[in-house]
Ligand binder design. Structure first.
Ligand code: NAD
Ligand code: ZN
Length: 355
């Protein structure tokens, strides 16, 4: 069975295109009661970007904190806050920030039209009603969250996305000027998330010409960004993120992402840095990719944290291995149908012990 997948229908790209956000939202303001909710990463609180938001009438700016990756309880709380403070359901939810903020805005737009808790919808195609109109403005590039059909959330029982066609953004605003101020390490780790998407897609058994076309272009752009000093590196990274997301949308990620989910679940390690940590131990699986990744680290003077797992109990190590091994499609993409013969629990534990 081939997947008939939906993509983001409206995309605007270019330096300064953020200035058109007001015009883009205007047709959604269909009555005097229409309001927008700007879900803004709180790193921009009081910063010039906040002042540039096209706020009108009773619109609200909802500052969100992403020190921890988004949790389902946090989504429930934000949805309740919107419902309490806004008498009429908002006409649009606009997420402005990195992958975490974009995921929060997606989840809010879904939960405003679907009853219950965000945790009820973690899984595949459990959402029944279309979301409120939602748009994203990335301020950090690499995750591909702007183009994906998921919002990754940590719930009481699991870290799993709300995967559905309704999750996809209605509009994305790709303005490379907005990613210029990201601190170097964060820029690098989130960028490596994209690089790793490309390697895992291109080296995987699920590869097809669709994913290959996007993955190869994304990889080429990543090389220009991280191995050359290119004057248009922000534009390139923004497109690399989009293409990397498109590549995995029709294939899958692999061993590195599976292992990073285990780290995230037990230690709360954030996605970009977690993928970078695990990728560095996967030379046997992705030899060329890991060598090139190390050249990129060296060029940008990045030192990865080490000894993360040294104080973990055997039970915690066991949980970590089980979370990683539970991600069957990722392993199958990486090693094929017989992956269990190749990636045994002992081998996973051995890899984690080294980290
Ligand atoms: P992030 O959104 O967690 O942000 C990282 C840090 O950068 C935060 O402190 C944030 O405040 C700051 N930041 C963002 N933009 C900035 C800017 N322009 N200037 C200065 N600081 C800025 O980081 P991320 O790596 O983009 O996203 C990771 C999250 O994305 C995780 O929660 C992960 O689960 C999720 N994710 C989602 C998908 C998806 O398809 N939905 C894919 C991969 C990862
Ligand atoms: Zn990723």
């Amino acid at each position: 069975m081939y997947r008939n997948f939906k993509i983001v229908p409206n995309i605007i790209f270019g330096r300064g295109c953020f200035n058109q956000l007001g015009d883009i939202l205007q047709p959604r303001r269909t009555s005097v009661d229409s309001t927008m909710v700007f879900v803004l990463d709180d790193v921009f609180k009081g910063k010039p970007l906040e002042g540039r938001l096209p706020v009108e009438g009773k619109d609200i700016i909802l500052h969100v904190n992403v020190d921890d990756e988004p949790k389902t309880q946090y989504i429930d709380q934000l949805v309740a806050q919107i419902q309490k403070t806004m008498p009429v359901k908002p006409s649009g939810i606009i997420g402005i920030g990195g992958g975490a903020t974009m995921d929060i805005a997606k989840a809010i737009s879904l939960l405003l039209n679907n009853p219950g808790s965000a945790a009820d919808y973690q899984g595949w195609d459990l959402i029944k009603n279309p979301a409120v109109y939602h748009a994203a403005v990335p301020t950090l590039s690499g995750t591909g969250a702007e183009i994906s059909r998921t919002t990754v959330l940590t719930g009481p029982e699991k870290k799993l996305g709300i995967n559905s066609d309704y999750t996809l953004y209605d509009q994305i605003v790709l303005d490379p000027e907005l990613i210029a101020g990201v601190p170097k390490e964060q820029w690098f780790y989130t960028g490596m998330d994209c690089y790793i998407h490309d390697i895992e897609s291109l080296e995987g058994t699920y590869l097809n010409e669709f994913s290959k076309a996007y993955g190869e272009k994304s990889l080429e752009l990543c090389r220009q960004v991280f191995l050359e000093d290119h004057p248009e590196k922000d534009d390139k990274l923004m497109m690399a993120s989009y293409f990397g997301g498109m590549s995995i949308a029709y294939s899958q990620v692999g061993a590195c992402h599976a292992l990073s989910y285990g780290l995230a679940f037990v230690l709360g390690t954030h996605h970009g840095i977690g993928c970078s940590i695990t990728f560095d131990y996967l030379e046997d699986v992705y030899p060329e990719g890991v060598r090139e990744f190390r050249r990129m680290m060296e060029k940008h003077d990045i030192t990865l944290p080490r000894n993360l797992t040294k104080d973990l109990t055997p039970e915690q190590m066991d949980t970590m291995a089980n979370v990683a091994l539970g991600l069957v499609p990722l392993w199958e993409n990486c090693f094929g149908k017989d992956w269990q013969d190749i990636m045994t629990k002992e081998r996973v534990l051995e890899l984690y012990r080294k980290m």
